[in-house]
Design a protein around this ligand. Structure first.
Ligand code: PEP
Ligand code: MN
Length: 622
């Protein structure tokens, strides 16, 4: 049962409820979920649901119908995010766990760890206790293997995941590793589940070879009932009649689980397929189906591997795979961040006085809010602002450390106001993120489309949905600053005949109804956001540079600047001109190019640009 508490509940009332539950012998868990204070209770009580509803301080009492309680969405509607050092499993960023099946030697583990880190893995895996089908096969290096894992973590900064096969290994696990894995063969080893529940380390719980989703969730419940909520469910293939692959990867488990549970989902296509060339296609499919994390076996010399060589990717293949995932993830609203660990380090190195916040336009649920979560994860708090200028001045004055500003959209073009503000303020671009913009038509409950008389949205959103809106010439279009502000406005006004164009995230946050999804003219609707800050901190290498400059008003002046890039074979990716502030008919040029302007090889380029261009300023390298 879950008890939804009233916002104004007193401590005395809450304690009284907790005492009643404990006298009844119930296990209780208090959480905040979607802005509600909730006490989850497990166990039978003589007190009825209606009696609880009558108690002071209780807003509602709801029965949890599923047999798993703590793991269910009924208990907790928001996704659980499992934190492992600086890595969060279950957020907007896809987490890649990679490494060999087994730790074979210090050299082997370290070599592979460096390779997988280079290609985007943020956690390292490797078995030290191997549950093998044959007692004569390699069984793992045991404690020696754990020591190697601890050293890999020390040298590479990658947190480590390893399998625990027996309750007797608990202390060693706590001493050497960051995440314990319960292998497929042990999914129903209830003593082991209870033990990892008490240990407190995050757990990767693999699905048993022949287990149903319900049995799997019940195993998660064993861990959670002991007080450990940090459980990641890992699908690794189940046994079917199909012998071609080692197991059958049940990808449908992803949408099924997303409905049933709030726990994050990892997919292991290596053990699922058992065949190297099948691993990458299934990993790509898993991300497209909504997986939060991937676990991939990688070996530098798979022919000689002591276990699971035939399914281990070569490091370069793993690199190819992560590049594909980078492209696929935004389609489903997620990101693969090749700078994940570097960014976390930068954020951790921030001084106490620094505000760990990022200003964005609109209300919560804005695409800019999503861009902030995609770029920084949960470590930086997004702060809503009313105007773009407010964002720039919040960053300039230090009220917010960062700003997230849209620069251009693939359908509606540039957001000129932000180019002008970049000219006006002396701030730096420290990064960029592109997100897919999938618009929904959002209104109040129980309203149909033909009752809508007004639609609110910012002008670029109207232009991205032009074909859709053209079907309804009678509807009045009302421009506002951001999509999320439109949703909030419709909500607050209570006007049943108004709708907003916005994200499904905004609809969820404001508890509004989606009348229609994907109303943008073209599904390839992407917005590129720049991350702005006062200075560039801790960024050593960059792939891209943004500059602004003006030119003299004489024939070929712009051509002379462009020629420099052509001669040095530097690829330009964006050129935009904007009127110079206060100088009619004179222009500033914004230029993005694919090179790091601070690279020593580019010193002559800078020198020549300084001669050919006027008012040259480097906006950022990232
Ligand atoms: C492993 O991850 O190395 C492993 C043995 O996995 P599973 O338990 O899924 O077979
Ligand atoms: Mn393996």
């Amino acid at each position: 049962m879950i008890l939804v508490l009233e916002n104004k509940i007193t401590i005395k009332q809450k304690n009284k409820i907790k005492n009643i539950l404990s006298d009844e012998g119930c296990i209780t868990r208090e959480i905040m979920d979607a802005g509600r204070n909730v006490i989850g209770t497990i166990g039978k009580t003589k007190i009825s649901l209606d009696e609880f509803k009558q108690m002071d301080g209780i807003f509602d009492a709801i029965q949890i119908k599923s047999s798993y309680k703590l793991a269910s969405r009924e208990f907790k509607s928001e996704d659980t995010k499992v934190t492992i050092g600086n890595v969060v499993v279950g957020g907007d960023r896809i987490v890649i766990v990679a490494g060999p099946c087994a730790v074979e030697s210090h050299d082997q583990a370290m070599t592979i760890a460096k390779e997988v880190k280079k290609y985007g893995a943020v956690l390292f895996r490797g078995g030290a206790y191997k549950p093998r089908s044959s007692p004569y096969s390699f069984q793992g290096l045991e404690e020696e293997g754990l020591k190697i894992l601890a050293d890999v973590r020390e040298k590479t900064g990658l947190k480590v995941v390893t399998e625990m096969t027996s309750v007797s290994q608990a202390d060693l696990m706590k001493k050497y590793v960051d995440v314990v894995q319960i292998g497929a063969r042990n999914m129903q080893n209830f003593e082991l589940l209870k033990c990892v529940g008490r240990m407190g380390l995050p757990v990767v719980l693999k699905r048993g070879l022949a287990s149903t989703i319900l049995e799997w969730l019940m195993s998660a419940e064993y861990i959670m009932a002991e007080g450990n909520n940090n459980v990641i469910l890992c699908e690794r293939g189940i046994r079917t009649f199909e012998p071609y692959t080692r197991n059958t990867l049940d990808l449908s488990a992803i949408p099924v689980l997303k409905k049933l549970t709030h726990l994050p989902i990892m997919i292991d296509p290596s053990h699922a397929t058992g065949i190297r060339e099948k691993v990458s296609p299934m990993a790509r499919a898993a991300v497209a189906a909504g997986a939060d994390a991937l676990m991939i076996e990688v070996h530098n010399n798979p022919e000689q591997a002591l276990s699971d060589g035939p399914q281990s990717l070569y490091p370069e293949q793993f690199g190819q795979l992560t590049r594909d995932i980078y492209v696929i993830a935004p389609v489903v609203g997620k990101h693969l961040d090749f700078d994940y660990l570097k960014k976390s380090e930068m954020i951790n190195n921030m001084e106490a006085k620094d505000s760990k916040t990022a200003a964005f336009i609109g209300e919560y649920g804005a695409y800019s809010h999503k861009a902030s979560l995609g770029y920084f994860g949960e470590e930086i708090t997004p702060v809503p602002m009313k105007t773009f200028k407010d964002i720039f001045s919040a960053v300039q004055t230090g009220t917010c450390q960062y700003g997230v500003i849209p620069l251009e959209n693939s359908l509606s073009g540039s957001i000129h106001e932000n180019y002008d503000l970049l000219q006006e303020y002396d701030l730096k671009i420290i990064g960029e993120i592109t997100i897919r913009v999938k618009h929904a038509l959002i209104a109040h409950e129980n309203i149909s489309k033909n009752e809508i008389k007004k639609i609110l949205a910012p002008p670029p959103a109207f232009s991205q949905c032009k074909n859709y809106l053209d079907q309804y010439p009678g509807i009045e279009l009302i421009p506002v600053k951001a999509t999320s502000s439109a949703v909030k406005h419709v909500k607050d006004s209570g006007d049943k005949h108004s709708a907003a164009i916005g994200s499904t995230m905004a609809a969820k946050i404001f508890n509004m109804n989606i009348l229609e999804e994907s109303i943008e003219d073209n599904p390839r609707n992407y917005t590129r956001f720049a991350i702005i800050a006062k200075e560039i901190k801790g960024h050593k290498k960059a792939n891209k540079t943004s500059i602004i400059f003006s030119t003299g008003n004489k024939p070929g002046a712009l051509f002379e600047v462009m020629k420099v890039f052509s001669e040095y074979q530097i690829n330009l990716v964006k050129l935009e001109s904007r009127p110079m502030l206060g100088k009619p008919w004179e222009y500033m040029f914004y230029l993005d190019f694919e090179a790091d302007i601070e690279h020593p090889d580019l010193a002559p380029v800078v020198e020549r640009l300084q001669k050919k261009a006027e008012n040259l300023r480097i906006l950022g390298r990232y």
